[in-house]
Design a binder for this molecule. Structure first.
Ligand code: GLY
Length: 374
C-alpha cells in the first residue's frame, strides 16, 4: 500500500472518529482493526451522552465532555449526509435516581456545582419523578433531572464514522493486527500487520482496552487496562419510560423501536470478556428494583465487553513523549461514545498542524509512560 499521511490502529468509536476527522481535512488514512469495526466496547455501549451524570466533580475531563456533547446535533446531520446512517440522537434527558438520603445528598452537591456553572440540573422529589416517568419505582427518594444528557445508538455512531471516513477515502482493513513496529530513534517508520506492511508520516494508537498491550509492543508501559461491563436488552411496546433512568450500578436506556438497554456491571477481570450468571443476575435485580415492569419483558440479548480504563481515570490524548510521530487516543473508560467527536477533532487538529480546540496537557502520556526493560 502507498505511504499514507496517517495509520490508525484500532477501529472502535475513537479510531473511526479520528479517521473521519482526518479524511475531512484531506489526509490519506489507513485504519487497521484486529477484529471488526466496533466489535468491542463501542458497540456494547449504552450510547449515553452522560456528560453531567458521569462526573461527581468538575475538572478538565468534565469540560471536554461538555464540549463533546455539544457537537452531537451537528454531527448527526453531518454523518447522515456522509454515510446515510442515522446515529439516533435522542434528547429527552436523564433521571439520576437516589435510593437513599446519602445518595440524595451526593446528587444535590453535584446539582449545586453544575448549576453554578450554568448547566441544567434539577432535583425532583419522588412524586415529581413519577409524574414524569410513572413506571419508575416509588422506592426512590428522588432524582436529579439532567435535560442535556442525551443518547445515541453506539453501534450506529461507530459504523457511521467508519462509513463516512471510507467515503472520504480512508482504507479500512478489518481482521488485521499490528504485529511489529519499526522505529529509527524517535521516529516510527512503519508497522508490520497481518495484512502486510504499512507506512505513514504519523501513527495513532486507538486500541481501546488493548492500547496498553500495543504500548508494550512499542517498548513503553502505560496503565491502560480492561474493565468488564455486562449488559442486556429487553423488548417492550410501548416503552415504559421515555428518559434514561440511571441509578448506582444500573441504567436503563430506551432505544429505538421496542428495545430497552440495561447496563452495566463494572468488573476487573483482565481480558476475560465472558458474561457471567452472577453479573447478569445482579444487573437484572437492579433493573427490576428500578423499573418493576421490566420483569415481565421478554429478554432480547445479553453481552459483555471491555472498557479501557486508566490508572488515574483520565484518558490519554496526544503525541507520545518517546516519539515524534506516534499519538495515542485511548483510556476513555465509561465515556468513549460521549468523547468520540472531540477526540477525533483534537487528534485530527494536532496531526494537521492546527491549533487544538482544547489544551491536551492534562491528557498526555508524560504523567505515566515508563520504558519497558527489554
Ligand atoms: N457509559 C456507561 C458504561 O460504561 O457502563
Amino acid at each position: 500500500m502507498k505511504k499514507k499521511d496517517v495509520v490508525i490502529i484500532g477501529g472502535g468509536v475513537i479510531g473511526t472518529s479520528i479517521a473521519y476527522e482526518l479524511t475531512k481535512r484531506g489526509k490519506s488514512v489507513a485504519l487497521v482493526e484486529k477484529d471488526t469495526i466496533g466489535a468491542h466496547a463501542s458497540s456494547a455501549a449504552g450510547g449515553m451522552l452522560g456528560a453531567q451524570v458521569e462526573f461527581a466533580e468538575p475538572g478538565p475531563l468534565f469540560d471536554l465532555s461538555l464540549r463533546s456533547r455539544l457537537m452531537f446535533p451537528d454531527l448527526q446531520k453531518e454523518l447522515y449526509a456522509a454515510s446515510g446512517i442515522d446515529i439516533q440522537l435522542k434528547t429527552p434527558g436523564m433521571l439520576r435516581v437516589a435510593f437513599t438520603e446519602e445518595e440524595k445528598s451526593t446528587l444535590m452537591k453535584q446539582a449545586e456545582w453544575q448549576t453554578a456553572m450554568g448547566l441544567p440540573a434539577t432535583w425532583l422529589d419522588t412524586k415529581e419523578v413519577r409524574r414524569m416517568e410513572p413506571a419508575v419505582t416509588d422506592g426512590i427518594v428522588g432524582a436529579l433531572f439532567l435535560t442535556e444528557d442525551t443518547q445515541v445508538s453506539a453501534p450506529d455512531l461507530t459504523k457511521a464514522f467508519a462509513v463516512a471516513a471510507a467515503k472520504h477515502g480512508a482504507a479500512i482493513t478489518e481482521n488485521c493486527e499490528a504485529i511489529e513496529f519499526y522505529r529509527q530513534g524517535e521516529q516510527m517508520t512503519g508497522i508490520e500487520t497481518t495484512a502486510g506492511k504499512l507506512e505513514a508520516d504519523e501513527y495513532v494508537i486507538a486500541g481501546g482496552a488493548w492500547s496498553g498491550k500495543i504500548m508494550k509492543q512499542l517498548g513503553h508501559s502505560l496503565p491502560i487496562f480492561p474493565v468488564k461491563g455486562e449488559a442486556f436488552s429487553v423488548l417492550s411496546i410501548p416503552h415504559p419510560i421515555e428518559k434514561t433512568i440511571y441509578s448506582h450500578g444500573c441504567y436503563i436506556v430506551p432505544k429505538s423501536g421496542d428495545r430497552l438497554l440495561v447496563g452495566a456491571s463494572v468488573k476487573d477481570c483482565g481480558f476475560d470478556a465472558r458474561l457471567t450468571i452472577d453479573g447478569l443476575q445482579q444487573l437484572m435485580a437492579k433493573a427490576v428494583r428500578l423499573l418493576p415492569v421490566i420483569k415481565d419483558c421478554p429478554l432480547e440479548k445479553t453481552w459483555a465487553s471491555l472498557r479501557p480504563q486508566t490508572a488515574d481515570g483520565l484518558p490519554y490524548f496526544g503525541r507520545l513523549s518517546a516519539y515524534n510521530n506516534v499519538s495515542i487516543a485511548a483510556g476513555h473508560f465509561r465515556n468513549g461514545i460521549l468523547l468520540s467527536p472531540i477526540t477525533g477533532q483534537l487528534i485530527a487538529q494536532l496531526l494537521s498542524g492546527e491549533a487544538t480546540a482544547e489544551a491536551l496537557e492534562p491528557f498526555t502520556d508524560i504523567r505515566h509512560s515508563i520504558p519497558v526493560s527489554q
